[in-house]
Design a protein around this ligand. Structure first.
Ligand SMILES: [Zn+2]
Length: 230
């Protein structure tokens, strides 16, 4: 793995040169041009998640320097498709900097054609990995359980989300144990939704043509850890 701290340090030094009016050599230190295989990209995300879990996130908050560095071009190494939940921002969960990941988010990572197009955009431009990230105690999944089991009617356009998540409910339902709590059922449906989304993406004609690695994982709100699902 690339030593990002050294790179950032080098970038800061290069920025100092630029301030003095000399030509910036920043691009010589950029890691954005590195070509990653799909599995290298996955390893990079999982290493970032370990840093997040253990409070060891890299000291590289988005600075004006980094903002300028990526202003002209972006070279993200993964697409992360996740839930809209405010507690699971992919850049935090995987400790990624500005310009390092495409992020697509919908309630419980539900797919429709426009969302599929957003995910396809990265691999169509050379991004080697799509990571589908669900999370425990997902509120959208809870709302789906309430609609199906309790007959709760949700207002506005929320029923469109319920409809998109209903197949995951029925995929998981045969695995429900009688003694399970609702939270346990919700978590099983989250996993089913991850499996359904990754299955759809693996059969997506554009993604198949690009040899993109498509992986699913479930984030624990309690530990911060992302566990691979399949
Ligand atoms: Zn959620």
């Amino acid at each position: 793995m690339i030593d990002r701290r050294k790179l950032i340090g080098a970038s800061v030094a290069a920025a100092g040169v630029a301030v003095l009016g000399l030509p910036s050599t920043a691009t010589a230190f950029s890691y954005d041009d590195d070509e990653l295989t799909p599995h290298q990209s996955l390893a990079r995300l999982m290493a970032g998640n370990l840093r997040w879990v253990h409070d060891r996130m890299l000291d590289r908050r988005p600075t004006s320097w980094r903002r300028r560095q990526v202003a002209e071009a972006q070279h993200p190494k993964a697409v992360v498709f996740s839930c809209i939940d405010s507690r699971v921002p992919p850049e935090y969960v995987f400790d990624q900097d500005l310009g390092e990941v495409f992020v697509v988010r919908t309630a419980a990572h539900a797919l429709d054609p426009m969302v599929l197009g957003c995910i396809e955009y990265g691999p169509a431009h050379g991004v080697p990995l799509v990571f589908v990230m669900g999370h425990t105690r997902c509120g959208a999944i809870q709302a789906t359980v309430e609609a199906i089991e309790d007959g709760v009617h949700h207002p506005g356009n929320l029923p469109a989300i319920i409809a998109a998540l209903t197949p995951a409910y029925y995929r998981a339902a045969p695995t429900f144990q009688a003694h399970w709590s609702r939270e346990q059922r919700v978590n099983a449906i989250v996993t089913a939704q991850i499996e359904l989304a990754t299955g759809t993406l693996r059969n997506d004609p554009l993604l198949v043509d690009t040899d993109t690695l498509i992986v699913g994982g479930r984030y624990s709100l309690d530990t911060g850890r992302v566990s691979l699902v399949n």
